[in-house]
Design a protein around this ligand. Sequence first.
Ligand code: MRU
Length: 348
Amino acid sequence: MCTPLNSAIDWQGNTLWLLDQRALPVDTRWLECTHVDQVNEAIQTMVVRGAPAIGIAAAYGVVLSAIAHRAASTIDPIIDDCARLAQSRPTAVNLQWAIDRMLGVLKKHSAPQPAIDALVHEAEAIHREDIENNLTLAEHGAAFLAQQEPASFAVMTHCNTGALATGGHGTALGIIQTAWSRGVIDHVVVNETRPWMQGARLTAWELQQSGISMALQTEGAAGLTFSSGKTRWLIVGADRIAANGDVANKIGTYTLAIAARHHGMRVMVAAPISTFDLSIPDGSHIPIETRSEDELFYQGGTRIAPDGIRAFNPAFDITPHTLIDALVTEQGVIETPCREKIENHVKV
Ligand code: MRU
C-alpha cells in the first residue's frame, strides 16, 4: 500500500508527473510526461481521471505542446494538439473548459516561444484555483449538511471525487471530508463502482487515509442500504451539468438517484462552476463516453465472460435535475436546481 498523497498531478520544471491511478492502492507509480501525446494517452487510459483532474492535466499538456513546438513560426501546431487533447475523453466538460482557457492565452501570441511562460502560469492558475474552489465548495456543502436532521448521519458516495480526481481536496468527497471533521457525517458507504472500481480502489483508500468510518458495498446493494434507512444522503460529483441542471456522472449514478428518491433519501451533487455547460439545454445533449467491451470481459487480466458475446459499457449516465435535491459549487448551494436558478447562480 502507498502513503497518503494530497494530489495526483505535479508540474516540475517542464515535466508533468501523473500518479498512475490504475495501480492504486497497491502501487504508487508516477508517470513522467514530457510530451503532449503522453498526456493524451494518460487521459484516455485512465492514468489520470476525474473531471477536474483531466482538465488540469490537459492544461499542462498544452504547455508541453508549446515547448515541443517552440521553434515553430505559428501557433497552429499547438492548436492542433489542443483539438486532439479535447477529444481524449468526451463527457467531462472541464477538459474543454481548461483547453479553452489555455487557448485564450496562446492566441495572444503569434508564435509558441513567447507564449510558454504565460501558458505555464495559466496551467498553474487552473490547478491552484481548482484546489481553492474545492475548499470553498466543501465549506458550503458541509454547512448545508450541518443544517439537516439528524445532527449526524451516514452518507453514500459513488466513484471517486476526492483529491485524486481533482487538483486537491475533492468535490463530493471534499464535502464528506469536511463534514466528517465537524461531526456532521459519521459514516460513509462507498460503492465499488464497476468496472474501474474507483470506489473500492480510490475512495476507500482516501477515506482510510483520513481515518473516516466507511464500508464498501457493490452498487447493487444500494437499494437495500437505502431501504434500511442507514444513509440519509447520496453525495456524488459531476462530469458535466447542463443548463437545466441535468447531471452527467459515473455510470450508475442515475440508478442510485432513482433508488434514493424512492426511499426518501436526498441527493447532493458537488462540482465546480467549470463543470457547467450552459450551451447544452439538457442532459440529452451530453455526449456519453462508451469504453471498450474488454473492461467488462476481463477482471485482473483474466477473461470472465464467455467468448463471442457483446457488451454495453457506457462510462457515464444522466441524472435528471428533478432527482437532485442540492447542487453545490464554490458559489454556494442551489436547492432543487432548475434552469432559472442555475442561470442566476453561474453568472454571479
Ligand atoms: O471515469 P472517471 O473515473 O473519470 O469518472 C469520474 C467521475 O464520474 C466523477 O464523479 C467526476 O468526474 C467528478 S470528479 C470530482
